[in-house]
Design a protein around this ligand. Sequence first.
Ligand SMILES: [Zn+2]
Length: 297
Amino acid sequence: MQLISRRGFLAGAAAAAAAMAADAKPYDGRTMAVITAHADDFTIFAGGTIAKMIAEGYTAHLIRITNDEKDSYDLSAGETSHRNTTELRAAADIIGIKDIYSLDFRNDEMDALSETEVRARLILLFRKLKPWTIFTFDPSAKYEENPDHKKTARAAEDAAWTASGHLFLEEQFSLGLGRWAVLDRYYWARQLDDSDVNKVVDIGATIDQKIRAVQAQETMMRHTALATKEKLAQANLRLPLLDNVDEAAVNRLVDIQIRERAKALGAKQGIEYAEVFHYIPIAGEGSYVMKNAVPLK
Ligand SMILES: [Zn+2]
């Protein structure tokens, strides 16, 4: 595992935070762990919400599961992984992420891995980072075809509760780590059924930050643009925007597609730009536990 340290001053996050009154930080002291299979999953599916929650007080850590060695258009695997890792740090800085823990499993080959192994790596990190909240893929999402997304989702969901078990990986307790139960979970998906969406987040204040973060992932976005162009050509179509796939064209495509998705997701709620999640709280809203819980101190 490699720990990718924080690089620069978080201009975007700081500006967003400064725009809020000091007393408008309801999440001060809370920590989140964002579990992303690939460098661009969390920016594309949840970047606006994560940036917003950081501005509201959360400290965010990113756990990147794979090495992203296959997501480029024309580079070697080594160069691809190196560039995607460098660009991930840049994107994470724009969102306001503190540390990145990269597990470096081979990209798009996680189907062969034991879920128990991946879960064990996450249990260790959950016990260390003590996340109140996690973000990751929805383990129940339909139409998910990527093996890394599926394995990441299952391992993260299981680690969220097994990290609190005293008989799971007992040797970790000798390192000074304790049990930890994740308190709430935000699940994203390529496509969530309306009946599974129970959290709609207005990302109007952070959509520009989100777009800049995705644009910072240049290697992956150039790959997406060129793959789109190729696929269209096979169908005897062309998108004039991609006649010349330079940096400006790629950035423009990212801007259009991020706004398009956020607008479509917000439209049902009358919100200009939204991200949506399947949200799992500490305990059911209105349940005996939540109605009767009082502050510990
Ligand atoms: Zn992915």
